[in-house]
Design a protein. Structure first.
Ligand code: GDP
Length: 459
């Protein structure tokens, strides 16, 4: 557990809400002087004398000047997010007011918070472990139901609990083996080697499961990399626009919502699909002259899903199987799509019937779009995720898990080789080290700086 409270004698301030005009904004202070600083500019009452977890209405004054009417929320250490004294000021959502408040508190002696500093303090003060702190960032960034669920599970400690239990067991063995060393020449064995072997195998299984879950976790967090290929004029950009506009239309149907659309990301059934290299689709007509072009091949290999689109009014059905075979050489799953069916007679349509899994679509009218969305979703196996198993979504965790597995393999090899206790203890410690990196039992300043600098100011 970290006891770094003493290192944080300064009080930090930052806006906790995004810039822009809104009904309300929040300015947050954390640190030993948070309440005193606020008290000086809040004449309505003595905040120092108020109990924790209370709300106070009043004005914030800069000298004689009223800056805003606000509601102050008080959280006294350690019952706050950072475990320090925290004051949150809900003011009117004007950039000007927020700026004035932050400047006012800086003049009073607070310091502008660094990116992620509130969450970093929460971690350093033992509010949660590192994996949970990282999940706070993921939760805020989550744009889909599945990403939200994975982040929430991690933030609430599901993943950490699992790792913690594993680590405890290993620590126990490490100390048993180390105890043997204290007995030097005497031939004692506190740590039963067969039990250790069983434990390592159990750990291995769990770690392997977590490592495997990253395939899905990565997709949940970053989206399924998808590429649309086909000859010029097949309707690729029309299809992409249709898909994206459909989503925009659904979201903007909800009154009062605005959402920043990420170019070329589509959320279907709670899963994000990320279309690769779509700029080319929109801007030029000749991106994919031939499917054999190396750049296209490369794109198809990088993707997790290929939509192969052809103009059914202008394509000989006999060509399709060869094209599909070429695409399948990339090893990436493909959905074949016959486009422009609005222009197709029933007879023409039947000529394509023998092509397996072919989807009939009109990117122009939207016919077949729902079936396509179902097909997209079917490519992602959410079964494991739905059953509530922990899914690793963070690349850093994934890498530490790989190193843990390697270290566990080394422990097994050492056991097989019958090495002496001191070497065995070293191998076990190595596994513990990599496991500890994930939850933050083992950290370095660089690692922390790297993680928290990716957060926004105010988090
Ligand atoms: P791309 O080169 O593959 O990106 O093709 P575009 O999306 O630019 O489409 C080429 C032409 O086909 C455009 O004139 C589109 O309006 C038209 N088009 C695309 N999809 C359909 C469709 O489903 N039905 C019809 N009738 N025309 C379509």
């Amino acid at each position: 557990m970290h006891t770094s409270l003493l290192h944080h004698q300064d009080t930090i301030v930052a806006p906790a809400t995004a810039p822009g005009t809104a009904a309300l904004a929040i300015v947050r202070l954390s640190g030993p002087d948070a309440i005193a600083l606020c008290n000086r500019v809040f004449p309505a009452k003595d905040l120092q004398a108020q109990p924790s977890h209370t709300l106070h209405f009043g004005t914030i004054r800069d000298g004689d000047d009223i800056v805003d009417e606000v509601v102050v929320s008080l959280y006294k250490a350690p019952r706050s997010f950072t475990r320090e004294d925290v004051v949150e000021i809900s003011c009117h959502g004007s950039n000007y007011i927020v700026r004035r408040l932050v400047q006012l508190f800086i003049r009073q002696g607070a310091r502008m918070a660094q990116p992620g500093e509130f969450t970093k303090r929460a971690f350093l003060n033992g509010q949660f472990d590192l994996a949970q702190a990282e999940a706070v960032g993921d939760l805020i960034a989550a744009e889909s139901e599945t990403a939200h669920r994975a982040a929430l599970h991690q933030m609430r400690g599901g993943f950490s609990r699992e790792l913690h239990e594993l680590r405890e067991k290993l620590v126990h063995f490490a100390s048993m083996v180390e105890l043997e060393l204290d007995f030097g020449e005497e031939d004692v064995e506190f740590a039963n080697r067969d039990d250790l072997r069983t434990l390592i195998r159990d750990l291995h299984r769990v770690i392997d499961g977590l490592i495997r879950s990253f395939d899905l976790g990565n997709v949940i967090k970053n989206g399924v990399p998808t590429v649309i290929v086909g000859k010029p004029n097949a309707g690729k950009s029309t299809l992409l626009n249709k898909l994206l506009n459909e989503e925009k239309a659904i979201v903007s149907d909800i009154p009062g919502t605005t959402r920043d659309f990420i170019e070329d990301e589509l959320v279907v059934g709670g899963v994000t699909f990320r279309f690769i290299d779509t700029a080319g689709l929109r801007e030029t007509q000749d991106t994919i002259e031939a499917l054999g072009v190396q750049r296209t091949q490369e794109k198809m290999r990088q993707a997790s899903l290929i939509l192969y689109l052809f103009d059914a009014t202008d394509t000989d059905p006999a060509e399709i199987p060869d094209v599909l075979a070429t695409i399948r050489e990339t090893g990436t799953p493909v959905v074949p799509i016959a486009n422009k069916v609005d222009q197709l007679s029933a007879v023409q349509r039947s000529a394509f019937q023998s092509i397996a899994d072919l989807l009939f679509l009109s990117a122009a009218t939207g016919e077949g779009l729902e079936a396509l969305q179902q097909r997209l979703l079917a490519t992602v196996d959410l079964q494991e995720f739905r059953t509530g198993n922990t899914t690793v979504t963070n690349l850093r965790h994934y890498e530490s898990l790989l190193k843990t597995r390697e270290a566990l393999d080394q422990v097994l090899a050492s056991l097989d080789a019958g090495v002496t206790g001191d070497f065995l203890a070293m191998d076990i410690r190595q596994s513990l080290h990599h496991l500890g990196e994930i939850t933050g039992e083992i950290t370095t300043d660089d690692l922390l700086a790297n993680i928290f600098s990716k957060f926004c100011i105010g988090k």
